[in-house]
Write a protein that binds this ligand. Structure first.
Ligand SMILES: C[S@@+](CC[C@H](N)C(=O)[O-])C[C@H]1O[C@@H](n2cnc3c(N)ncnc32)[C@H](O)[C@@H]1O
Length: 184
């Protein structure tokens, strides 16, 4: 355990890391995300909202690097690893017009996109970013059934034409809800 990881471990009473970088995900979540990404070869861009210390961001970065894809990650605080060459990181409030414009620009190219919502207000995040998806894109939110309830997901899903997708993969203790935008 590194000095930084030990400090976080003390603060939060236990922490997972991905290759030594703290992450606030279970290993079941990483297993499910890994399978999901491998099952979607056309997925070439990930927007990581709420990078935290960066363990999950690093995982996403490695997944996309291996297929020539890209990751845009945003948080109010800095990452615990150097993202250069792997992930584009912006220290920014994700609800600002500037952040939303950045994501819109990032999502413009071809291929499929995944937006992963894990900041402090998941219902607002899903609502703000769910509307940016094109048909075939994905959106997920962490802390499903604790910080974002099924009814809240259903409201946004109806509003923007999203449907639950591969949710059986995200059972157990992944705490993730997975949605896909209907249409082309
Ligand atoms: C639960 S942590 C993210 C954990 C990370 N996704 C992981 O799996 O390791 C939530 C993060 O959201 C960030 N956050 C909260 N509100 C935000 C906002 N409005 N804009 C950007 N980041 C925000 C916090 O700084 C915190 O790092």
């Amino acid at each position: 355990m590194t000095k930084q990881t030990a400090e976080i471990d003390q603060l939060y009473g236990g922490v997972n890391t991905f290759t030594g970088i703290p992450m606030q995900q279970t290993w079941t979540a990483i297993y499910a995300l890994n399978r999901f990404i491998q099952n979607e070869p056309d997925l070439v861009r990930i927007v990581d909202l709420g990078s935290g210390y960066g363990g999950l961001t690093l995982f996403f970065g490695m997944c996309m690097k291996n297929r020539g894809g890209k990751v845009l990650s945003m948080d109010l605080m800095n990452l615990y690893f150097n993202p250069v060459g792997l992930v584009t990181f912006r220290k920014i409030d994700i609800f600002t017009p500037e952040a939303i414009a950045l994501v819109k620009k990032f999502l413009k190219a071809g291929g499929k996109n995944l937006i992963f919502c894990d900041n402090g207000n998941k219902p607002k995040e899903l609502d703000t970013y769910g509307k940016l998806l094109k048909g075939g894109d994905f959106i997920m939110a962490h802390d499903y059934k604790t910080e974002i309830m099924e009814e809240e997901v259903e409201i946004v899903a109806q509003k923007y034409g999203l449907e639950f997708y591969e949710q059986e993969l995200f059972g157990g203790n992944t705490h993730i809800v997975s949605l896909k935008k209907v249409g082309k």
